[in-house]
Design a protein around this ligand. Structure first.
Ligand SMILES: [Zn+2]
Ligand SMILES: [Zn+2]
Length: 308
C-alpha cells in the first residue's frame, strides 16, 4: 500500500517567519528572510538601541518593496526600538520616546509595513495605573499626529519583568480602550512573554484555556502578530529570555497547538529565537520544527468529562 508523502504541504494561510537583521540596509532583510524560508519577516526600521536614525533613502525603500515581492514575503512587521518608554514619568525621556515612536510609525508607513510592534513601557516605580494612563494618552496622541497613516501600533504582551506593563490581558484591554482608535491599534502575543507572565500553554487544555481567556478579555480580532519563542525561565518567572522552539520550558506541544489552530490562520507568526551559531541554519531549524508541527496531527483534547 502506498502512503502519499506530500512534502511540505503547508496551509496557505500559515504565515511563518523570523526577525531579520537590517545590517547593510532594510532592503537586505527580505533577502535574508527568503534564505531561511520566511513567509513573513520582522525588522527594526532603525538601530534598536539608538535614538537617532538616518533617513530612509527612497531607493532603499523601493528595493525593500521589490525584494519583499520577489521573496513572496507578506506582511512585513516592524518592531520598535527598546529605548522607547511611553510610560515614563520623566519629562525628558517621555518627550524623547514620543519623538522616537512617532518616527517609528512614520518609517513603518513609508516602508508600507502595516504593523509596528511595541512594548507598552515601564512605569519605573510610579505605579501601574499611572503608567498605563501615560501609555494610553501617549499612543492616542501619536496616532492622531500620524492621522491618515495606515500603520497600526501593535501592543506586545510582556513578561512583566521589572516594572514593565502589559503582562496581563486586562492591561492590554485597558490600553486599547483608552486609546480608542481600534483601526490603528492591535495586539501581539509573544509565547515566551505569555508563559513568563504566568499563562500556562504547555498542554492542549492549558493552551485553549489561555487563548479563550485572551479572546474573552481582549478579543481575537485584535490579534495582529504572534511571536513564537520558547522560554528559558519557568512559568510565571517574569523574566524575558527566549529559547529555541521546543528546547525551553514551554515545549513543543504549545507550538503544535498554535500552528494548527484555525483561529490563528492568516496571522503572521514570527520567531525571535536566539541567533547563536550559524544564524541562517538556526533560523531554518526553528522554522522547520514549526512546519513539522503544522503538518502533524493535533494532539487530542482531553475529554471534558470529569472523572473523580
Ligand atoms: Zn516578542
Ligand atoms: Zn522577549
Amino acid at each position: 500500500m502506498t502512503r502519499s508523502h506530500s512534502p511540505r504541504t503547508q496551509p496557505d494561510d500559515l504565515i511563518l517567519g523570523a526577525h531579520m537583521s537590517i545590517a547593510g540596509g532594510v532592503d537586505l532583510a527580505p533577502l535574508r528572510g527568503r534564505q531561511v524560508g520566511c513567509r513573513t519577516i520582522q525588522i527594526f526600521t532603525k538601530s534598536s538601541n539608538q535614538w537617532r536614525a538616518r533617513p530612509l533613502p527612497s531607493d532603499e525603500i523601493d528595493r525593500f518593496h521589490a525584494h519583499l515581492q520577489a521573496a513572496a514575503i507578506a506582511p512585513a512587521v516592524a518592531h520598535s526600538a527598546y529605548l522607547i518608554n511611553l510610560a515614563s514619568a520623566d519629562p525628558a525621556l517621555h518627550q524623547r520616546s514620543m519623538a522616537a515612536c512617532q518616527e517609528e510609525l512614520e518609517r513603518a508607513e513609508m516602508l508600507g509595513i502595516p504593523f509596528l510592534v511595541l512594548h507598552p513601557g515601564a512605569h519605573m516605580g510610579t505605579g501601574e495605573e499611572a503608567g498605563l494612563q501615560r501609555v494610553a494618552q501617549s499612543l492616542r496622541e501619536l496616532l492622531k499626529r500620524t492621522d491618515g497613516c495606515r500603520v497600526r501600533a501593535v501592543l506586545e504582551t510582556t513578561a512583566g519583568q521589572g516594572t514593565t506593563l502589559g503582562y496581563r490581558f486586562e492591561q492590554i484591554t485597558q490600553l486599547l480602550d483608552q486609546i480608542g482608535l481600534p483601526e490603528r491599534t492591535g495586539v501581539c502575543l509573544d509565547t515566551c512573554h505569555l508563559f513568563a507572565a504566568g499563562y500556562d500553554i504547555r498542554t492542549p487544555d492549558a493552551y485553549h484555556a489561555a487563548l479563550d481567556l485572551f479572546d474573552h478579555i481582549v478579543g481575537l480580532s485584535s490579534l495582529k502578530v504572534i511571536h513564537l519563542n520558547d522560554s528559558k525561565g519557568p512559568l510565571g518567572c517574569r523574566v524575558d529570555r527566549h529559547e529555541h522552539i521546543g528546547e525551553g520550558t514551554i515545549g513543543l506541544e504549545a507550538f503544535r497547538c498554535l500552528v494548527t489552530d484555525p483561529r490563528l490562520r492568516g496571522i503572521p507568526m514570527i520567531i525571535e529565537t536566539p541567533k547563536d551559531g550559524d544564524v541562517v541554519e538556526t533560523d531554518r531549524r526553528n522554522l522547520r520544527v514549526l512546519q513539522g508541527l503544522a503538518q502533524s496531527q493535533r494532539a487530542p483534547r482531553a475529554r471534558t468529562v470529569r472523572q473523580h
